[in-house]
Design a protein around this ligand. Sequence first.
Ligand code: HEM
Length: 320
Amino acid sequence: MTFDAQNGDYLSYVGLDYFDQVVRSDDAQRVDAFVAAAAMDLALLEARALGRSAHAPQVVRARAATRVVTQLARLAPDFSLDPSVAAAGLAALAQPGANYSSFASVAALALNGIPEEIGIAVRLTLLPTTRLHDEQMFIRCIQIFEGLYRQVATAISMAILDLHHGQAAAAKDRLDQASIRLEAVPALFRVLTTMPVDAFSIIRGFTDGRSAVQSRAFREVEFACAPTDPRNFERSAKIDIGEDTLQDVYLAMRKTHPDASVLEESMRRLDRAWGAMKRGHWGITLKVIGTVRGTGGTAGASYLQNAARKSLFPRLSEVA
Ligand code: HEM
């Protein structure tokens, strides 16, 4: 990551190899520990920046980052965060002129208590390409999203396995847990939307060729839900998922399994949450870069607008 200025990609920009190998992307508790640590680190970064300059946009950003920490029970439920951290965050948010110092000391203590390897992963994977504070916020947001995508992808593949074993209730539960995580995403968007247009245009200049369109975990979610033409995604890394998609398995059991309709409800809920996240991302993109091309080489906002219209389970509406 340190030496990738010439030939780096999205994976190295965000530290995803480190994430896969050290955090271990197949271990839900460790992934959530990483998400929680990245969120607290982000809130501390913004609280420190507020200490240096209390201008209005920084107040908004510090509030938004603190709110993310208060939402960790939904964003990263497999990590048991000391409840005093969220309580200190809520107390700071309740005071209009708060300087976040009490919240910051509680969050710093909790961050020190994160398993050592995860704490090191969080520290080592923040390697921005510019000296802009905003890029640090950007990288942390991406990392938190990557953790979410990873957990959603895992939940879907585990749900498929459950269904193969006839356990529709367990599958439904996993999908609902994934939806709960995604339904908390607006808190993250509130942070991201504070990205100044000018700052992002500088960051873009240094990150050409790197884009989350290359995200493996994001693509895995879509590939695991319904058959998709992989040629549409030449930019993404090779993905190896099982044979059956969730939609295939559901359609095969739909007429015979008594729990099929409750499973369908959960699939629809997941689809709504995923779609809302994609629409939110499209809106922020329009605000921050307008209609220029993306760093991943797509048309940018119009590509995202089209992508946001696609359902995770296109055949569910036919069935309905
Ligand atoms: C200021 C903030 C952001 C802007 C302006 C932005 C812009 C874009 C653009 C233009 C694309 C289209 C692909 C390309 O050509 O690059 C894209 C794709 C994507 N971005 Fe972002 N992005 C932002 C933040 C984020 C963050 C924080 C994440 C979290 C990981 C993210 C995740 C994605 C994903 C997953 C795609 C692929 C979507 C798909 O193929 O359906 N973006 N983004």
